[in-house]
Design a protein around this ligand. Structure first.
Ligand SMILES: Cc1ncc(C[n+]2csc(CCOP(=O)(O)OP(=O)(O)O)c2C)c(N)n1
Ligand code: SF4
Length: 242
């Protein structure tokens, strides 16, 4: 059978088996192609597993310093206002060291799109606790489970940004076909907001990291469905009208 694949994805991705990044890469590629924006799209990545993209993803990509992808995307958009500009970041990258860049791009309602992969940990470096790690979740730096009396509560960035004057906020996941379809719709709406010059758009995607969660891919998806999404609810939170 003929293998259907977006032109942007010109070689196989390098993520671990069962990782959510690969599926999200595909969704972003499909949306850009369907919107005829694939040729001029420019992506900013920083560190984390998203930094594996430049080898496999066929749009121009700027490799930024840790956490700085949103600021780099803002610079790109201001120089190239007619190009589709997005950052593609993990939660450790965007919400730990890059928190300031992430928030200030939203506070200024910059006309960029942020694709945020929330896998509840710093994946590439071995599964350390990140701002989004769940209460009691074991990681390599919280071996007895995250103690929120010491670390504060898990960070819900969409809740935080909901108070801001931004164009579009949504949270999806990719645990089954129904959710993948919805998440693709969210990504499309986020890029449409940018195209219509409405301002800042962010789609957070709850994503499994079977390698660091120590789970099979199927159990990692179950963990998202049964636990993660009770802390980080799915849906559109701003700008969700047609
Ligand atoms: C300035 C700097 N600090 C720390 C690191 C180490 N580092 C590389 S990847 C990473 C974690 C990224 O985690 P996340 O953004 O959640 O992405 P994931 O790998 O989980 O997709 C860290 C801390 C670095 N490369 N540069
Ligand atoms: S370490 Fe986790 S996030 Fe990174 S590629 Fe592997 S499964 Fe995906």
């Amino acid at each position: 059978m003929e293998k259907r694949r977006s032109e942007i994805l010109y070689v196989d991705h390098k993520f671990c088996p069962g990782c959510g990044h690969g599926i999200v890469n595909r969704l972003v590629a499909e949306v850009l192609e369907e919107m005829n924006e694939d040729k001029g799209a420019i992506c900013a990545v920083a560190v984390g597993c998203s930094s594996l993209m430049p080898d496999t993803y066929g749009v121009d990509i700027v490799q930024s310093q840790h956490g700085r992808a949103a600021a780099v995307a803002v610079g790109l958009k201001r120089c190239r206002p007619d190009n589709m500009i997005f950052s593609y970041q993990g939660d450790g990258d965007a919400l730990a060291i890059g928190f300031s860049e992430t928030m200030y791009a939203a506070i200024r309602n910059e006309n960029i799109t942020v694709i945020l992969i929330n896998n509840n940990n710093f994946g590439m470096t071995g599964g350390q606790m990140s701002p989004t790690t769940l209460e009691n979740q074991r990681t390599t730096t919280s071996p007895y489970g995250r103690d929120v009396s010491i670390t504060g509560n898990p960070l819900d960035v969409i809740k935080l940004m909901s108070t801001l004057d931004v164009a579009y906020l949504a949270r999806g996941t990719m645990t089954d076909i129904k959710e993948i379809t919805k998440t693709k719709k969210y990504i499309r709406k986020a890029f449409e907001a940018q195209k219509n010059k409405k301002g800042y758009s962010l789609v957070e995607i709850l994503s499994p990291c079977p390698t660091n969660w120590g789970m099979t891919p199927l159990n990692a998806c179950k963990q998202i469905n049964q636990t993660v999404q009770t802390v980080y609810p799915l849906g559109e939170f701003k700008g969700g009208g047609k």
